[in-house]
Design a protein around this ligand. Structure first.
Ligand SMILES: Cc1cc2nc3c(=O)[nH]c(=O)nc-3n(C[C@H](O)[C@H](O)[C@H](O)COP(=O)(O)OP(=O)(O)OC[C@H]3O[C@@H](n4cnc5c(N)ncnc54)[C@H](O)[C@@H]3O)c2cc1C
Length: 555
């Protein structure tokens, strides 16, 4: 039996920032299914946005973010993000973050898509790596209890209040409960609902699924970000920083095609706009083997090696292309989950005692399309706030008693999987889901294609009770973890699919050829999906608009 004041699930940037923000007299536990520094945050490349210059302002950052969100972002949450960002960057700096510098010694900032000012701070093209290691040091200094390589299977809810989790210790195979006065979910995104993604294989959206299974709704899951520059067969990300540093896109005719789609911002329009443009060029046959080209040659060797060393290495290793000598073939790829567990600006979910922050949460600062550099800032600003507010809740509440049933239910679930001797293999089903999601819920969507996708998903859902695993060991049974992750994936795929079919408009990343326009009258609202016997049930909630009235979006 383990007990904490504040318990955090997820040790990426959001989870670790939350842990560090909890006052020292409280007892913090933090759980991660992988070692904390292997969380997906470590892969972040291009940078983190904050208006830290005198010529810039948080108001301008807020305007860009609201416009980027296609007016689906909640402006109260965006205001807090943009206002807090400069101070939070300074806190990281004081902790020892080694941001890249301008020659005059100031923190350097680069251009990113959809920004009216170059406000993306960075550590070359390895920003996530630098920040994850920085916060891991802070976590060790904070002396939190770290449950590394423990897998959380479900939330414990008593009388509608979240009071802990059931967790599988991957070292021993032992299942136990961890109780807490407040629980923060910081479990990251669900990019791996799709087969090919820039995301780590661990990004299966478990925290969102756990919340959903416990009766918390999921918000805006139909908004999936396709990043404009990924390598085709692997989905590996080529940072937006490559275009921020001056990279061009061209098609098979050698045209810088963004001229047609975003004459002012060109390659630095928002991601949904650039990805759609590439998709249209590819569909119109102006592709090169299914790709368009990202050209960095004119930046020169020195700049590439100083600002984009990892991009140089990734394209050489995984595409066989040296970007100093030749353009990189790229395509749009699944990258980010705009939706998630709904929270208010204090990171409170609709369930008392349960908080959420980072990519698994939907505050919603990204609305229908996230701007590059804003996700990392969200993990830091809202991770910190989640720690602060969950700590306050823990100070005001007692630890609750829990029934033995929670552990018994999860044990039964695992025994049922372990005891099945034949049936379907997990990998095959997971690949089928991932492939169909890309085919039916990709960059351009239509009713007919999505409904066909929903039917396929329903057929797969019916096969899931037949999955079996061969590994019967207790120690590091990763096949069992795969089976549990599959349960997250299928729930999230269904919510995403249904939400996308119902939303009859095009907004941000959700683009429908049968409803090509944004429809503010009927659809300027958030989707909330609740779990029910018949599949997801939908309700809606208004968008918070405080300062910036809806307008047409042009780049
Ligand atoms: C390749 C790549 C590059 C990116 N570059 C940028 C960038 O330059 N700028 C930017 O702003 N954004 C970027 N992003 C997005 C950004 O990095 C992420 O949104 C952000 O880091 C997510 O942080 P997080 O703390 O919410 O989750 P993560 O870092 O994904 O961490 C999730 C944590 O939850 C744990 N977890 C999950 N499920 C369970 C479970 N069942 N039991 C126990 N633990 C669990 C994991 O072990 C992990 O510790 C990038 C994303 C990718 C994929």
């Amino acid at each position: 039996m383990y007990i904490h004041d504040v318990l955090i699930v997820g040790a990426g940037l959001a989870g670790m920032r939350a842990a560090v923000a909890v006052p020292k007299h409280l007892n913090v536990g933090i759980i991660s299914k992988v070692h904390p520094v292997r969380s997906h945050s470590v892969a972040a490349e291009g940078g983190i946005n904050a208006a830290i210059r005198e010529e810039d302002s948080w108001e301008s950052h807020m305007y860009d973010t609201v416009k980027g969100s296609d007016w689906l972002g909640d402006q109260d949450a965006i205001e807090i993000l943009c206002k807090s960002a400069p101070e939070d960057i300074m806190t990281l700096e004081c902790m020892g973050a080694l941001f890249s510098r301008d020659p005059d010694g100031q923190i350097a900032q680069r251009n990113f898509g959809g920004l009216g000012f170059p406000r993306t701070c960075y550590v070359a093209d390895r920003t996530g790596h630098a920040l994850v290691h920085l916060l891991y040091e802070q976590l060790l200094k904070r002396d939190a209890k770290v449950y590394e390589e423990w897998y959380v299977t479900s939330l414990i809810v008593e009388e509608g209040i979240c009071c802990g989790v059931v967790v599988l210790n991957l070292f021993t195979g032992e299942l136990s409960t961890i109780r807490a006065k407040s629980v923060i979910l910081a479990t990251g995104g669900y990019g791996r609902v799709y087969l090919i993604s820039t995301n780590g294989l661990i990004n299966t959206g478990d925290g969102m699924a756990m919340a959903y299974q416990a009766g918390v709704p999921l918000q805006d899951l139909e908004f999936v970000q396709f990043h404009p520059t990924t390598l085709k067969s692997t989905g590996i990300l080529i940072t937006e920083g490559a275009r921020g540093e001056g990279g061009y896109l061209f098609n098979s005719r050698g045209e810088r095609f963004m001229e047609k789609y975003a004459p002012n911002a060109m390659e630095l329009a928002s991601r949904d706009v650039v990805s759609r443009a590439e998709y249209q060029e590819i569909m119109a046959g102006r592709d090169i083997e299914g790709c368009v080209m990202l050209d960095l040659r004119h930046l020169g060797k020195e700049k590439i090696m100083e600002k984009l060393p990892q991009i140089w290495e990734l394209s050489l290793t995984y595409a066989g292309v040296d970007p100093i000598e030749a353009p990189i073939p790229i395509t749009p790829g699944v990258h980010y989950s705009m939706g998630g567990i709904p929270t208010n600006v204090n990171c409170e979910t609709p369930m008392p005692g349960l908080y959420a922050a980072g990519e698994c949460a939907c505050a919603s600062v990204h609305g229908a399309n996230r701007l590059g550099g804003n996700a990392l800032m969200e993990t830091i600003v809202y991770g910190r706030r989640a720690g602060e507010f969950a700590a306050q809740y823990a100070e005001e509440h007692e630890i609750k008693g829990i029934s033995n049933q929670h552990l018994a239910d999860e044990k039964a679930k695992i025994v049922a999987i372990m005891d099945r001797r034949d049936g379907e293999r997990i990998g095959a089903i997971r690949d089928e889901i991932g492939t169909l999601m890309a085919e039916h819920f990709g960059i351009s969507r239509t009713k007919a294609r999505m409904e066909a996708g929903e039917e396929k998903l329903a057929a797969i859902r019916a096969r899931i009770p037949n999955v079996y695993i061969q590994d019967q060991s207790k120690v590091f049974n990763l096949e069992l973890v795969d089976a549990l992750q599959l349960l997250s994936i299928i729930d999230l795929a269904e919510v995403l699919a249904k939400g996308a079919t119902i939303r009859e408009e095009s907004r941000g990343a959700h683009s429908r050829s049968d409803f090509p326009d944004r429809d503010d009258e009927n659809w300027m609202k958030h989707t909330l999906a609740y779990k029910s016997e018949e599949g997801p049930r939908f309700e809606y909630k208004p968008v918070t608009i405080t300062k910036i009235p809806p307008a047409e979006r042009k780049y």
